[in-house]
Design a protein around this ligand. Structure first.
Ligand SMILES: Cc1cc2nc3c(=O)[nH]c(=O)nc-3n(C[C@H](O)[C@H](O)[C@H](O)COP(=O)(O)OP(=O)(O)OC[C@H]3O[C@@H](n4cnc5c(N)ncnc54)[C@H](O)[C@@H]3O)c2cc1C
Length: 569
């Protein structure tokens, strides 16, 4: 996209660019812009990765699904996947996929067609270091994945890459900060002030949602990277919401307490939509739905109907899912490009930078659509426009410059031995922090008692909790969980939230009671997300267990009545 108007002057305001939204796209733009020499402020109303970026299927996939109707998206996803692997190798893990095909009328023909389809996908696979697809006979499928049911012709197998979405956002945001960007987390932009006449942005007005304090920051350009919130943000800038339209698509996932399969397996839901079961990090995820959503974007939840729809679909190929132990659900809203009249699944996953000059707001831009898998490219496209406006004459280097921790590999076993911690804990730390795991190791050397485990399910050590609190700007127990996965495993936080709350209060100089309040709130939210995936008996037992833990924390109405960060205006 070419942008018009006179060249903008750097340093004419508090910052050159305000980026609104701390999802992967906003964090990616903040990083790229800071790397190219712009002064940047990034505002996030909740927490980094609170929205779609922290609630995705966690795949940097090549977009095989879009190959027939949007091959351009397949190509860009594969290409950017290759770049993301290069800059954050510690965060990526291979996920092999199986697509079983059942016997039935003309299924042999269908099988041959699928083979041809994957032949085409193979042309893109090298861009993302993918392996060529394999055609498997029924007996091979059973040997590889004994849990698959039904009479099969065989299966297609290919691979994709998994990633921890919140860690990707945090890595981008922290890198941006280390290159001079200011991060305002838990701070919502309430208005974009624009100059009368020209319509250019002058400042943003913001409010800290934890303290209620308001502020104003002058700026030359504004990027709206608020995903599904984009139309609302456009209205804060005095434009029509339709100037930054999205087609908001809610998707949910069900989480199980361990890896149930060796492969990710695709299945068909009752309406013929593709759903999947996926081994992801140390657990299993079943996903996902895609439905138009018009509810509260700060409070998106899975329903028991959505859970049943997914489980029913997956159970047709993998019946054991029905007796597996669900430990939670999560939900997010895709900020898909707006199209009227198409089914959700058929919508383009491409991205677009909208220049609001034709809407009377020059130097205000919105980023709509996109994927985790192509966030870096989307950010590059956005910052290319800014680079032209500010006449920077510098190209991006985000595809070659490692993200924090991505510069070199750390051997987790040697790390475990040096730090005197369990090898599993060491592997998880190295996975999340790459070479920066050594900074956590330093803490353990200086204060050996911090080697103690706070969350046993993940596991997470006290040193890691304190490290992220000092270096990654979390403000609550939930924010620590997003960065470390504390409390997101089988215990649902019942054994670790209270201790985490104490540490949060200590590190952030909050009253101890605030730490307890956050822990109690976290437990409640985890329970609410879990209960929709449980049967009535299990749900009753859960309710008793949670009530007991919250009573131990001293929770009561007085601990619960303060607004949570995500629900205030
Ligand atoms: C169910 C699901 C599964 C998906 N699976 C995949 C996948 O496997 N692979 C893939 O590549 N993509 C996947 N996607 C798509 C991908 O997650 C999104 O395209 C991407 O994360 C969008 O990022 P974003 O930064 O634009 O939006 P978001 O991540 O939603 O971020 C927007 C942020 O803006 C903040 N905000 C809103 N208003 C304000 C304000 N006034 N002031 C400050 N901050 C504000 C919000 O709090 C939010 O954090 C999936 C999406 C969903 C929902």
């Amino acid at each position: 996209m070419r942008s018009t108007g006179a060249t903008l002057r750097r340093g004419a305001a508090d910052v050159d660019v305000v980026v609104i939204g701390g999802g992967v796209n906003g964090a990616g733009v903040a990083r790229d812009a800071a790397m190219r020499g712009l002064s940047v402020a990034l505002f996030e109303r909740n927490d980094l990765a609170f929205g779609a970026s922290g609630n995705s299927s966690g795949m940097i996939h090549g977009g095989v699904r879009y190959l027939t109707y949007d091959p351009h998206v397949t190509e860009t996803s594969c290409r950017d996947s290759g770049h993301i692997q290069a800059i954050a190798p510690h965060l990526l893990f291979r996920i092999p996929f199986l697509m079983p095909v059942r016997t039935g009328l003309a299924k042999n023909v269908y099988f041959a067609l699928l083979d041809a389809f994957f032949d085409t996908y193979d042309r893109y696979q090298p861009l993302k270091r993918g392996k060529p697809h394999a055609v498997l006979k029924a007996e091979d499928v059973r040997a590889l994945e004994p849990g698959i049911a039904g009479d099969l012709v065989g299966a297609m197998s290919w691979d994709e890459w998994g990633i921890d979405g919140p860690r990707l956002c945090v890595a981008n945001a922290i890198d941006a900060r280390e290159r001079g960007a200011k991060l305002f987390l838990g701070v919502t932009v309430e208005a974009v002030e624009r100059r009368e006449g020209s319509g250019e942005p002058v400042a943003v007005r913001y409010r800290d949602r934890h303290t209620g304090k308001a502020g104003r920051l002058t700026t030359t350009a504004v990027v709206n990277a608020t995903g599904a919130w984009s139309p609302i943000t456009a209205s804060f800038a005095g434009m029509s919401p339709s100037n930054a339209r999205v087609r908001p698509g809610k998707g949910i996932h069900v989480v199980y307490d361990r890896r149930l399969s060796n492969y990710a397996i695709s299945a068909s839901a009752i309406d013929g939509r593709q759903v999947f079961i996926e081994p992801w990090q140390n657990m299993t995820i079943v996903g996902t739905t895609d439905d138009d959503y018009y509810g509260d974007l700060d409070d998106v939840r899975a329903t028991s109907e959505e859970v049943r729809y997914l489980v029913q679909g997956v159970a047709r190929v993998f019946p054991a899912i029905r007796s597996a132990r669900a430990i939670g659900t999560y939900a997010g809203v895709r900020p898909t490009l707006h199209t009227f009249g198409k089914y959700e699944d058929d919508l383009s996953r491409d991205h677009k930078v909208i220049d609001h000059a034709p809407h009377g707001a020059p130097n205000v831009y919105s980023m709509i659509g996109g994927k985790l898998a192509s966030y870096r490219l989307f950010a590059e496209d956005m910052v290319d426009v800014l680079a032209q406006r500010f006449d920077l004459g510098v190209h991006t280097t985000t595809h070659t410059s490692p993200l924090p921790g991505g510069d070199r590999a750390v051997d987790p076993f040697a790390f475990a031995e040096r730090a005197g911690i369990d090898a599993v804990a060491a592997r998880r730390i190295v996975y999340r922090h790459g070479s920066r795991a050594e900074r956590i190791e330093e803490r353990i050397h200086e204060r050996p008692r911090e080697a103690v485990t706070v969350c046993a399910c993940e596991p997470v050590t006290e040193a890691e909790v304190r490290y992220v609190l000092r270096n990654e700007q979390p403000r609550t127990v939930a924010d620590v969980a997003r960065r470390t996965r504390l409390g997101l495993g089988a215990c649902g936080g019942m054994r670790c939230a209270a201790r985490c709350g104490q540490i949060v209060a200590e590190e952030l100089h909050l009253p101890p009671r605030e730490g307890l309040r956050q822990a109690s709130r976290f437990l409640l939210e985890r329970a609410q997300a879990r209960v929709v995936a449980l049967g009535p008996e299990q749900a009753r037992q859960e309710a008793f267990a949670i009530a007991a833990v919250r009573a131990e924390l001293g929770a009561g109405d007085d601990l619960d009545d303060e607004p949570r960060a995500g629900s205030a205006a």
